[in-house]
Ligand binder design. Structure first.
Ligand SMILES: Cc1cc2nc3c(=O)[nH]c(=O)nc-3n(C[C@H](O)[C@H](O)[C@H](O)COP(=O)(O)OP(=O)(O)OC[C@H]3O[C@@H](n4cnc5c(N)ncnc54)[C@H](O)[C@@H]3O)c2cc1C
Ligand SMILES: NC(=O)c1ccc[n+]([C@@H]2O[C@H](COP(=O)([O-])OP(=O)(O)OC[C@H]3O[C@@H](n4cnc5c(N)ncnc54)[C@H](O)[C@@H]3O)[C@@H](O)[C@H]2O)c1
Length: 490
């Protein structure tokens, strides 16, 4: 805090951030690093969804499942991991990775970077003003000299089925924090949360049934081979996958969940997880006080400013702006927005050029994502379908990952596929997907190639080490070089 008015409940800062998830923390940190005073309003745990109910606990559940699946294909190690996982130990480790749902370490970090914290629910109360209701029921009014950043993230979106509340369904929160392994788990949805949590709980001992609406497979929006490979492995692990399956009703009787599908089929389970997408946490943040509609996503321009609100003071950063619902991408936006807030505060010009200091260009060109299933899926940039839709002249190059010295070393019977999308007019890679065990760490090479628009001719000089899975780059380049090129007549 840098000024206290006569009333202690009113304070003024350069920057007020509503929501202290990974993104809000980074906006405040960048503001403070630029010499601005900043405060975060957080109603729950500092660190947000990612630290306690999403990325961290989910990856802690997945890591042993994936490591075991890999080890089962390494001769000499396979028999040592043939038994089931020690679920109690995995859940205990998960608890540690979620910091036992305590945020002291994050609070200490926030103090160390010179940002204040006000605990409570924050709402906009007109331009540059945020009203906070503290857990004790007190009111605090925060005024921002330069910017308010709404970083309130998302919550689970659950379908509107009659009586669903009484069933106490799992959402991503329960799926990442449950302290016992359900015998039978129904997972509704075919997106990232669904496949990751199906992989984790099946690996921990549940009998998982996935209910996926439509016939488009898993992980729609990615290259189709990615979802197909995950589906094959889930089935091999013992999960049942039902496509074209819509839930008509759910009840809970004597502890059991009964699910009726639209076609009349019935299932019984111990728990049901709805992994059916996200909804913005904007219903109760005072959007109406600045002319916006509560419950809407907050649309922003490339420096994360809500341009529908005049005066260049309102920013929306991270999940809540719906640009890319990923921690790393939200933190990238936070660095961009933080720099833009600082520049405007100093009266400096905004660099709104593509790849400029105040332009989140990567959001539209190179969003990397890893799905931490068995096998891993790693994607960046355009898929073939997206490239086609943009009307670009592209060449799609595929390589079977089983045909690599690196994957032979990695696991017996390795299965996987890689795809590179080359923009023919620019001679650069505009998208890549890797699907196979151990590909997660390969992704950044593709992100650098796409972001840097490295010419294909130069990529030939980036020599992958032998025998690594990275040699797939060489194979993709060779296939691209040797592609059939139409010969002009005459
Ligand atoms: C199961 C699961 C696994 C995931 N795994 C990954 C992964 O591996 N990698 C990845 O990159 N992404 C992952 N994600 C996505 C990632 O969790 C989000 O992209 C990230 O948390 C977004 O950060 P955020 O700061 O925008 O929002 P959040 O993390 O949601 O934080 C928002 C914060 O705002 C607070 N808040 C909300 N409203 C108010 C208010 N009115 N007043 C005060 N405080 C308020 C909330 O309490 C919360 O602390 C996963 C998501 C889920 C659901
Ligand atoms: N490893 C990671 O990077 C990671 C992990 C988890 C989540 N996330 C992010 O979190 C976000 C949320 O993930 P998600 O899986 O919840 O959302 P999603 O949008 O990826 O998937 C939602 C799924 O639910 C289905 N669905 C939606 N409404 C339905 C309904 N009424 N009935 C049946 N099915 C329905 C959709 O068809 C889709 O298959 C994503 O943007 C994702 O990128 C990232």
């Amino acid at each position: 805090m840098d000024t206290t008015d006569t009333q202690p409940a009113r304070r003024t800062y350069d920057v007020v951030v509503i929501g202290g998830g990974p993104v809000g923390e980074n906006v405040a940190d960048r503001a403070a690093a630029a010499g601005l005073s900043a405060v975060i309003v957080e109603r729950d745990l500092l660190g947000g969804e990612c630290s306690y109910w999403a990325c961290e606990p989910s990856k802690a559940l997945l890591r042993p499942v994936v490591a075991r699946a890999d080890a089962l294909r390494v001769p000499g190690l396979d028999r040592a991991v043939a038994g089931p996982l020690d679920a109690a130990a995995v859940l205990a480790h998960r608890d540690a990775m979620a910091a036992y749902w305590k945020d002291e370490d994050q609070v200490a970090w926030l103090e160390s970077v010179g940002v204040d914290l006000v605990r409570g629910h924050g709402r906009l109360a007109g331009p540059r003003t945020v009203a906070v209701r503290t857990p004790e029921g007190d009111g605090v009014e925060l005024t921002a000299r330069h910017a308010v950043a709404v970083c309130t993230g998302t919550g689970a979106a659950v379908p509107d089925l009659p009586g669903l509340d009484a069933v106490r369904p799992w959402t991503s929160r329960e799926a990442t924090t449950a302290d016992a392994v359900p015998g039978r788990l129904v997972v509704v949805g075919g997106g990232v949360v669904a496949v990751e949590m199906a992989t984790a709980w099946q690996g921990l001992g549940s009998r998982v049934t996935m209910l996926v609406r439509g016939e488009g497979g898993l992980l729609r929006g990615m290259e189709p081979f990615a979802g197909d490979l995950v589906a094959d492995h889930l089935r091999e692990a013992g999960a049942e996958l039902r496509f074209g399956a819509s839930v008509a009703s759910v009840t809970r009787t004597d502890g059991e969940v009964r699910v009726t599908l639209a076609d009349g089929a019935e299932l019984v389970a111990d728990e049901i997880l709805f992994a059916t997408g996200r909804t913005p946490q904007t219903l109760d943040v005072g959007l109406e006080t600045v002319g916006l509609t509560p419950g809407d996503w907050l649309h922003v321009d490339d420096d994360c400013r809500v341009s529908a609100v005049a005066g260049d003071w309102l920013y929306a950063v991270g999940d809540v702006n719906n640009r890319a619902l990923l921690t790393h991408q939200g933190k990238y936006q936070a660095r961009i927005a933080g720099a833009a807030i600082a520049a405007r505060a100093r009266g400096e010009a905004i660099d709104g050029t593509t790849w400029g200091a105040h332009t989140a260009t990567a959001d539209t060109v190179a969003v990397p994502q890893v799905v931490f299933t068995h096998p891993e899926i790693a994607t960046v940039g355009l898929t073939a379908r997206e490239a086609e839709r943009t009307g670009r002249r592209v060449t799609v190059v595929d390589h079977d990952l089983s045909r690599l010295a690196g994957t032979h070393q990695y696991a017996v019977g390795y299965r996987g596929r890689a795809r590179m999308i080359v923009d023919e007019d620019r001679g650069t890679v505009v998208g890549a997907t890797f699907a196979g065990p151990g590909v997660a760490e390969l992704l950044h090479s593709a992100t650098v190639a796409v972001t840097g628009a490295t010419p294909i001719d130069r990529l030939w000089h980036a020599v992958p080490a032998f025998p690594t899975i990275s040699e797939v780059w060489l194979r993709l380049l060779e296939s691209y070089r040797d592609r059939p090129v139409p010969v002009k007549a005459g």
